[in-house]
Design a protein around this ligand. Structure first.
Ligand code: ZN
Length: 475
């Protein structure tokens, strides 16, 4: 690494021992209804807010690019302040939808190009199908969720001991806000107490309100200072995300999996949903007015369970004594591109909610002050970690990596995680415009490996670049 890039790295990243703020959420605070009908004004506001927010989501997903500060466009009985809150929330939803869709579309184009190449070369297997693009639906907001700022919902500490806080919520009627008491459970209070100073933490002014199962729930948040534990030059451990194993590290370990039990539960749930859908279609034909819902309670429970398993796996990975003092590198994957990554297991993927994994990696890294860097994931599962030869044929099956050139054989996820660990600070790959360019760079590296002759290269080769010597040199 040259001097210039070293300096850039230092500037961008904080150093060990330096504090930085992390926002933490206090969830599941149920809004108490002191007098019956007290929350009626909030119930009345919710559908109006949801409808307006939906209009902007549609606008930002179709004709305009998401803009948090866009001037109000639609008619609404809501106040201008509420209107602005809805625009802001819609812009956030639309931005993540757009970026996920873009990634998926690029992946589709890559797949299509590959298909056409094979077709031209006459190498297409008989059962191969041309990749199809299915246009994405615009997100539909179903459950009321309000991300409010201080302009519309004010949070104040309570003066007496019966309640902890008071929420003043603006309503559809101008000048007639409702005031709702907030009572915290013991575990909320414990979370809100700073263990060092024994003082109650200062809450952020923005809050989130959700309506679920007929009740209103509040989410509060606060900023906490975390001390950075790892420096930019600490050893890098790569994380590969998958289904058979949620997480595989370049240290050769697996954490969590979509195992037999989950698989069976998911199968049962799917069968149940199918039956329900059939029933619905049948009733609809007959003109029935009320139709049974297709979302199942067991399905929801299953998703929650998988998320818990993922949380546990990531937690184990971060707290593994073997990973003390390391930094992590993980694939920059969206849920959309994961859908492609494991096409064969598509249905499991939706249930297993793999998109939750990168979120959890980010969260664990933030709260622990451990460095975790997203890296380019393209071809990480096809590249040979020894000679860089990159080919789909290197993967005879989901589990196995076998290099067509040098013969290197490993667990497929392990090979991928080693590649990922080396991509931190790989500026050459980062400047590639598309997957074709990335593949060209990897094949150049393979050529360089051939030139140097077998024996004096191998996984330690890129040590000189100073990017991630750790994984290969420390073992
Ligand atoms: Zn190889």
């Amino acid at each position: 690494m040259n001097e210039k890039s070293k300096q850039r790295k230092k500037k961008k990243r904080a150093t060990v021992g330096e504090p930085y703020p992390v926002t933490k959420a206090v969830t599941h605070i149920r809004l108490v209804e002191v007098n019956p009908g007290k929350l009626a004004a909030l119930d009345a506001l919710a559908p109006v807010y949801l409808a307006l927010c939906q209009e902007y989501v549609t606008l930002f997903c179709t004709t305009e690019s998401p803009n948090k500060l866009r001037d109000p466009l639609y008619q609404t009985p809501l106040s201008e302040r509420w209107h602005r809150v809805a625009i802001m929330q819609a812009a956030g939803i639309a931005r993540s939808w757009r970026s996920n869709r873009t990634t998926a579309y690029q992946q589709y184009q890559d797949d299509l190009a590959q298909y056409q190449n094979k077709l031209a070369d006459g190498q297409l297997p008989a059962q191969a199908k041309e990749p199809q693009w299915h246009e994405w639906n615009i997100p539909t907001l179903r459950q009321p969720c309000i991300q409010a700022n201080v302009n519309v919902v004010k949070l104040e500490e309570s003066q007496d001991s019966t309640y902890d806080y008071w929420l003043t919520i603006s309503t559809l009627e101008k000048g007639r806000p409702i005031v709702v008491p907030v009572k915290l459970a013991a575990y909320h209070k414990a979370q809100l107490t700073d263990p060092k100073t024994r003082q109650v933490r200062k809450l952020n002014s923005s809050v989130q309100l959700n309506k679920r199962d007929g009740a209103w729930w509040l989410t509060l948040s606060y900023d906490e200072e975390v001390i950075i534990q790892t420096s930019a030059d600490s050893p890098v451990v790569g994380i590969d995300v998958g289904i058979a194993n949620f997480v595989t590290t370049s240290t050769g370990k697996h954490y969590g999996s979509f195992h037999k039990d989950l698989r069976a539960r998911h199968k049962r749930d799917r069968a149940k949903r199918r039956r329900k859908a059939k029933l619905r279609a049948c009733l609809k034909k007959k003109g029935a007015k009320s139709l049974p819902s297709t979302s199942s309670r067991t399905g929801q429970r299953l998703i929650r369970h998988v998320k818990q398993e993922i949380n546990r796996a990531i937690n184990q990975c971060f707290t593994d004594p073997e990973h003390e003092g390391v930094q992590f590198a993980y694939e920059q994957l969206s849920v959309a591109s994961m859908r492609f990554k494991a096409r064969a297991q598509n249905a499991y993927l939706r249930a297993s909610n793999l998109g939750h994994i990168p979120e959890q990696i980010i969260w664990n890294s933030q709260k622990r002050g451990v460095r975790a860097t997203p890296v380019i994931s393209a071809y990480s599962s096809q590249e040979c970690s020894v000679c860089h030869y990159t080919d789909r044929k290197n993967r005879p099956d989901q589990r196995t990596f076998r290099c067509q050139v040098c013969g290197f054989e490993a667990h497929a996820d392990h090979n991928a995680s080693v590649n990922i660990s080396r991509r931190v600070g790989d500026t050459q790959l980062r400047t590639c415009r598309d997957r074709t360019a990335i593949k060209a760079v990897l094949m150049q590296r393979h050529e360089a490996w051939k030139q140097q002759g077998i024996g004096n290269t191998g996984p330690g080769k890129r040590k000189r670049r100073g990017t991630s010597s750790a994984v290969t040199s420390s073992i």
